[in-house]
Design a protein around this ligand. Structure first.
Ligand code: LMR
Length: 334
């Protein structure tokens, strides 16, 4: 009887071992936005390519819309190894101790997509990703979303219109300073809580790329938006370094390929998705969308660019200068 039990046990153990060998490597990919956004779609694209290129040796589970973790929790979960892939906004790396990413939050530092691309695809972008490694995190790619616009329940024609307004921001000191600069009251809040905060009046307004505003239905609770496009919102796709380095080399090669291709895809669809979202916001008739005149735009630039100087000690004067050099931005010429 005893021998039989042991034998059965051995068989069971053998079966488990076999099953384990055939079990796919599971990659949990958690993010906070809707599936129907540039990041949401790119995460699904990565899943499809990763599973295809590894012939099923890898299974990617995508958790959208903060269903697995919210902003702050997801960073901790990645470091603990409870999740393997994230794509947090570049504004959210400060709490991790890597403040330099907040340089991307400086208002008007990128005069359009081309200027931004020079940074994310060049040496400055690569250097920034390497700063994550001592934290046990590996940066795999930059994914675009788009440029943010201010929204509120009252018209926003000039910076003074946001004076005294409680404005939700991501957890970035640069964004905090940006709001203070125009005498608005910054409120850091997890993305998952913004709709309700706007609906109940906990905050008066916010800033978003159109895809985020629309897919979270914020346009239903914001009467006005001005296309200030004053700041950039994009992502760093990151993984747990130990996990990634510990993958079988052939698997990692295929995942790198899948990541490269989904990055091309992400950055191709970002503008289109944001254009579509803006059209949908306009069509909803719920938010009045204002296109600023040249003079109005100039007033926002003049009011917000002083934030660069003030944030030198936060993000690094050299880093700001190296971005100016790459993009040709010159604040003295404003
Ligand atoms: C936000 O919190 O507003 C964004 O970072 C959300 C996102 O991931 O795009």
């Amino acid at each position: 009887m005893k021998v039989r039990a042991i034998l059965l046990g051995l068989v069971a153990a053998g079966l488990t071992a076999t099953a384990a060998a055939a079990d796919p490597i599971v990659i949990k990919f958690s993010h906070v936005v809707a599936t129907d956004t540039p990041k949401g779609k790119a995460a699904v694209k990565f899943k499809e390519l990763a599973e295809q290129y590894t012939n099923g040796a890898v299974k990617v589970e995508v958790y959208a819309n903060s269903t697995l973790y919210k902003d702050k929790e997801e960073m901790e979960a990645l470091q603990l190894g409870a999740v393997q892939l994230l794509a947090p906004s570049l504004a959210k790396f400060g709490p991790l101790g890597v403040r330099e990413f907040e340089v991307f939050d400086l208002p008007y530092i990128f005069n359009g997509q081309e200027a931004l691309n020079k940074i994310t695809t060049g040496p400055v972008g690569a250097q920034l990703l390497s700063k994550l490694e001592p934290k046990g995190i590996k940066g795999l790619a930059y994914w675009d979303n788009g440029f943010k616009s201010f929204s509120a329940n009252t018209p926003i024609l000039k910076p003074e219109d946001l004076r005294g307004k409680k404005m939700r921001i991501q957890s970035s000191k640069v964004l905090e300073e940006q709001m203070r600069e125009i005498k608005a009251l910054p409120q850091v809040m997890a993305f998952s809580e913004v709709y309700q905060a706007l609906q109940t009046g906990v905050v008066d307004g916010t800033e978003n790329p159109h895809s985020n505003l629309y897919t979270q239905k914020m346009h239903e609770v914001q009467k006005h938006m001005t296309l200030t496009e004053h700041g950039y919102l994009g992502y760093a796709v990151i993984t747990n370094k130990k996990f990634w380095d510990g993958l079988p080399a052939d698997v990692r090669t295929q995942l790198d390929k899948a990541m490269k291709e989904s990055t091309v895809y992400a950055n191709q669809i970002a503008k289109e998705e944001n254009d579509k979202a803006l059209a949908a916001v306009k069509a909803s008739g719920k938010t009045a969308v204002h296109e600023p005149t040249e003079a109005e735009r100039a007033a926002f630039i003049k009011a917000l660019v002083p934030v660069h100087k003030k944030m030198e000690s936060r993000v690094g004067a050299d880093l700001i200068q190296s971005i100016y050099k790459e993009t040709g931005f010159d604040p003295s010429k404003l």
